[in-house]
Design a protein around this ligand. Structure first.
Ligand code: G4P
Length: 531
């Protein structure tokens, strides 16, 4: 055990974002394989049978073979201690997916070479930009036929508004995928297909200056194309600039194939070199450095009932400074109480492991007797400060909730309020009316089922959900200056308020948002709710 600053400097904490099926799980698996955390790729696989065996959280998960939880994986590689935050996709896309990004210092964006930028990537990317999170791009599935890579880079730049800087460059794709050209080393690394799950194929490294060997290896035609493309890249692509990368204004781009395990280790090595050690965090007392001796953390996610047998609630915290030791006494700032964090856990895939110590950059899950809220600060008992809050993200699906048995009003209100506090759903009320009518907003539709299931199972309340056509919600940034009663909206617009009484507007389409802005001079709307 080195000293605690050494431990902190070893840490790299990042999230992997992608559209479902781009290869996030496969890439994560290969990372773990290099780290020696698993022996055979396949053990992280979140699909079908594999997960049923280890996770018993919620029937929904079992029935549908999807995971409602997002996990944190820790492994060691080349002297680094790496924390990967998985961002749930598919239907289990939820606000947690966004919040996970609040706990990361950088993000790896996996893009399917033949599909380009897809919806979910776009959404997650927006959050990265808001937080200026550095983004590293891995263009996956090069072993399948892909289009023109220059066009793909153009698409990334245009669609996402970030400059790209290829660190390596593919030679061919699909059956004729030959390997990648490393621009730094000015060498070609050739591809050899390997059995799924084996560690790595044989790699030959050929300097491009050795043209005879290059032609012998990839053929004259590909060698010529490569020479042309290198020229084009050198002339046209953005210069590599670590400062800009760290500010999230430039993304380094890598190419490879997670499935056949090509380009993964090259990517991992460069990525670890380029990404940051745990970053300082903004608090009301200024920036808190990770290397400060005193332990501090914030809660970015709360998960109820992960294990039905335990019926517990876990608060996930990102450690922002110092060292954490099991059983230490800390202050929960928002709750105004001191407490002992016992049984801290690291969640490895769906298994839990009790940990004794953890450092800034790490994520721990602690047992929550129902006291924590998203964004809460934990610090040493002699300290008192709060970390900058976590924004509320715009739900995209809305439904009116009706209770079937109106006698159970109290349980209903209690249940729905608690579930909203955990951050799984957001609840709104009609503006100007009482609690009679509740509108629920969610980021992913699965959360509706989760809500229904949990109200029935935990609070014994049956509900009916009636879908509403709204797709856009906006917070009013300058609510003090706006008279809500006089706001001129479109006919489809609905005024609501959140649990804290903040006014919000619901719209059926983006056009109405624009129209309402046009009709009300000075109105400032936001897609993120600040505290
Ligand atoms: P996700 O986590 O982003 O949703 O994607 P995941 O890794 O589960 O990959 C989705 C599918 O794409 C999987 O196929 C996987 O094997 C495949 N895949 C991932 N990386 C590559 C790659 O580099 N090249 C090719 N050709 N395929 C890749 P599946 O058929 O859905 O699952 P499985 O039956 O292979 O497990």
């Amino acid at each position: 055990m080195g000293n605690y600053t050494e431990e902190i400097h070893k840490r790299r904490t990042f999230a992997i974002i992608s559209h479902p099926d781009a290869g996030k799980t496969t890439l994560t698996e290969k990372f773990l394989l290099y780290g020696g955390a698993i022996n055979l790729a396949g053990s992280v696989k979140g699909k079908a049978t594999a997960r049923h065996a280890v996770s018993d959280w919620m029937e929904i998960e079992k029935e549908r073979g999807i995971s409602v939880t997002s996990s944190v994986l820790q492994f060691h590689y080349d002297g680094f201690c790496i924390n990967i935050l998985d961002t749930p996709g598919h239907q289990d896309f939820s606000e947690d997916t966004y919040r996970t990004l609040m706990a990361a210092d950088s993000a790896v964006m996996v893009i399917d070479a033949s599909k380009g930028v897809e919806a979910q990537t776009r959404k997650l990317f927006k959050v990265c930009v808001m937080r200026k999170i550095p983004i590293f791009t891995f263009i996956n599935k090069m072993d399948r036929d892909a289009g023109d890579m220059f066009e793909l880079l153009d698409e990334i730049e245009k669609e996402l508004g970030i400059a790209t800087c290829p660190v390596n460059w593919p030679i061919g794709s699909g059956k004729s995928f030959k390997g990648v050209y490393d621009r730094n080393k000015e060498a070609v690394i050739t591809f050899s297909d390997t059995e799924k799950g084996t560690k790595e194929g044989e790699q030959t490294i050929i300097p491009v200056s050795d043209s005879d060997k290059l032609i012998a290896c990839i053929g004259e035609e590909y060698a010529q194309t490569l020479t042309d493309e290198i020229e084009l890249l050198d002339g046209a692509s953005a210069e590599f600039d670590l400062e800009e990368i760290r500010k999230g204004e430039l993304t380094p781009v890598f190419f490879g194939s997670a499935l056949t395990n090509f380009g993964v280790e090259i990517f991992l090595k460069y990525f670890l070199e380029m990404t940051t050690t745990p970053l300082p965090r903004k608090a009301d007392i200024g920036l808190v450095q990770p290397t400060e001796k005193e332990f501090s953390a914030f809660v970015f996610k709360i998960q109820a009932n992960m294990n039905k047998a335990h019926r517990d609630r876990i608060a996930f915290m990102r450690i922002c400074s110092g060292k954490f030791e099991a059983g230490m006494e800390v202050k929960h700032v928002q709750g105004g109480k001191n407490l002992r964090l016992s049984q801290p856990q690291q969640i490895m895939a769906s298994e839990r492991k009790i940990i004794e110590e953890a450092y800034a950059g790490d994520i721990i899950g602690v047992f929550d007797p129902g006291i924590f809220s998203i964004g809460d600060t934990i610090c040493m008992i002699n300290d008192k400060f709060t970390y900058e809050g976590i924004p509320t993200f715009a739900p995209e699906h809305f439904a009116r909730v009706r209770q079937i048995d109106t006698m159970k009003r109290k349980q209903f209100v209690k249940g729905i309020t608690q579930i909203a506090q955990e951050g799984a759903i957001q609840i709104f009320q009609e503006y100007n009316t009482g609690m009679e009518e509740i509108i629920v907003g969610v980021v992913g539709v699965l959360q509706f089922d989760v809500l229904k299931y949990r109200l029935e199972n935990e609070y014994n309340v049956e509900i009916k959900l009636e879908n509403l056509p709204y797709e856009h919600i906006r917070w009013i940034e300058n609510k003090e200056e706006v008279n809500l009663d006089r706001l001129v909206g479109t006919s489809d617009m609905k005024k609501v308020k959140d649990m804290k009484g903040n006014p919000l507007l619901l719209f059926v389409n983006a056009w109405s948002v624009g129209m309402t802005l046009d009709r009300n001079e000075g109105l400032v709307l936001s897609e993120f709710g600040r505290e």
